[in-house]
Design a protein around this ligand. Structure first.
Ligand SMILES: [Cu+2]
Length: 334
């Protein structure tokens, strides 16, 4: 079984962080971090309790806990190297997209997105992929790997294949089925995130994953519904609790087919953007960012005031058709 515990993660002290920030990141990032975000030690990152009265029946998974779930795989030592072994199963499940509409999703491990796989740069990763769905599927990873591991060959129902490669480069990479028509296979839900942490880690934060997806319900090449993490309007109905003044690190992926570009916007605050997760210091600051299909970034922010704040693409029809959520900022715990 995948192990969701946080294995082999660096345990940052505030002193280490400041030293690292000044020595490793340059003055500008240190200044940004120290002025925008309170310094936080790993042990002091607090995750707000899961709100009560959430009804997840009809989804087959829990989008509120999935937000902060990271699959570090089963850790093995082979010939002196760290190997992380992951299990992905393609299948189909029925999800209730709104009160009137149920939908047969194709997905990995009965959830949308699939498990957020996580490794450290240089680890060997082994993904054991089994297909239980009636259609052929695959897992194609972004990142760098040999052609044999590129996941463009279909795996038939009942069959298993193994993808194995070195985790590189560090950053945020999508994975998805690559069987034609790919728009349909992705649109129905066969996608997820693969996070490769830099060896030195990143500063402690409340980390979470949002994947923007869309549903072409009538196969006309246009999307009728949109969602964060699979369920339209889920985080509008159930705002994501975060703590005031605590750094949030958001791993954000756009897997919306048919709409070439979408944006992502947060209300009443600015975020730092670490493009493709390929940097250790922010590339820019904004409150809206444009993303093509399969583009992904790390966004970092902390809310200085408590309250309920919207986040959504700034193409407002996409927001109004399901890609809408709130952060519920809980007053400072100190
Ligand atoms: Cu597929």
């Amino acid at each position: 079984m995948p192990n969701f515990s946080n294995q082999e993660r660096p345990n940052w002290s505030r002193r280490q962080l400041i030293k690292w920030g000044l020595a490793g990141l340059g003055i500008s990032y240190a200044a940004v971090k120290l002025s925008y975000f309170p310094a936080t030690s790993a042990s002091s990152v607090k995750i707000p309790p899961i709100p009560e009265n959430i009804d997840n029946s009809g989804f087959g998974y829990n989008p509120m806990t999935l937000l902060r779930e990271f699959d570090y795989g089963t850790l093995k030592k082979e010939n002196g190297r760290t190997v992380r072994e992951f299990n992905l199963v393609a299948g189909n499940s029925t999800v209730q997209l709104n009160r009137a509409l149920t939908y047969v999703s194709w997905n990995y491990n009965n959830r949308l997105p699939g498990p957020t796989l996580r490794a450290t740069e240089g680890d060997r990763v082994r993904i054991i992929f089994h297909n239980e769905d009636g259609h052929s599927h695959s897992v194609h990873f972004h990142g760098t790997h040999p052609v044999e591991m590129d996941g463009i060959k279909g795996v038939r129902r009942g069959k298993t294949t193994v993808y194995e490669f070195d985790a590189q480069p560090y950053g945020v990479h999508p994975y998805h089925c690559h069987i034609a028509p790919v728009t349909r296979h992705i649109g129905k839900g066969l996608y997820g995130l693969f996070i490769i942490d830099p060896k030195q880690g990143r500063p402690p934060a409340d980390e979470m994953v949002l994947v923007m997806g869309a549903y072409d319900l009538d196969d006309d090449g246009k999307n009728e519904l949109y969602a964060f993490n699979g369920i339209p309007n889920y985080y509008r109905n159930y705002p994501i609790p975060i703590y005031q003044n605590q750094l949030v690190r958001l791993y954000l992926l756009n897997m919306i087919e048919f709409d070439p570009v979408v944006t992502f916007h947060i209300h009443a605050n600015m975020f730092q953007v670490l493009k493709t997760g390929r940097t250790l210091k922010p590339d820019l600051e904004s409150d809206v960012i444009s993303m093509g299909t399969a583009e992904r970034h790390i966004l970092e922010f902390a809310y200085p005031y408590s309250g309920k704040y919207m986040f959504h693409p700034h193409q407002d029809y996409i927001a109004e058709y399901g890609c809408m959520g709130f952060f519920k900022v809980i007053a400072d715990k100190t």
